[in-house]
Ligand binder design. Sequence first.
Ligand code: HEM
Length: 221
Amino acid sequence: MAAIWYFLRSTIGLKVVMAVSGFFLFGFLVEHMIGNLLFFLGPDLLNGYAELLHASQLFLWTARSVMILAAGFHATTALVLYLRQRAARPVGYRRTRSRTFSYAARTMKYTGPLVLVFVLFHLAHFTLGWQVTPAPFVEGDVYANVVASFQHTWVAVVYVVAVLLVGFHFIHGGHSLFESLGVRHPRFDGLIRTVTGGFAVAVTVGFVALPCAILFKLAGG
Ligand code: HEM
């Protein structure tokens, strides 16, 4: 037990916790994005899917608890690792341009908290039904809620920007997930980057499609 605790507090242990929790969050987003695409098949399918997810309170709250735990572990380990890194190197390097770290890697510390802020806004908007946007909220009618929301340009823009940030976060996160789990080899590095980058782009495009289609009146009319 002590050995496990010791490992989890080590930098490698924290990175593993971050990778595993990130994997769960990514899985949720893939499922969420595919669910959102049901919008293009009509209100019955999208609302039916949402109804199914809420059918069992036990299932709903088990899934939510896993996500809340994953998000909590992910954010906490990110913060601890960041503080440790800063403590180890209190004076910044003079050369700020790094060849080994991509732009996505260096901006993780900004995209992470911004995504968290978006998720809080998003939960208030679509799950709690607070009047955070000019759109009226209809309990249980996900289709009507998204159509009413994304007709407002600023709402669509907020979602598109947030989803781009999520995609950007994935680009580095996906690759470093493998690294943290020890899956690292010069021969496979390019392949891992291509596959994780491809996933990041696919999930981003899948999410962005919905607000754009409604805003530009291509669907939901
Ligand atoms: C265009 C992009 C998105 C749209 C249109 C969208 C839409 C929705 C809707 C309509 C709900 C409520 C579903 C229901 O009540 O059954 C929901 C829930 C949720 N969304 Fe999104 N979403 C988007 C992107 C995201 C992103 C990028 C994240 C995370 C970074 C996210 C995280 C969540 C969470 C955590 C919930 C609550 C799930 C629950 O009730 O347990 N969403 N979303």
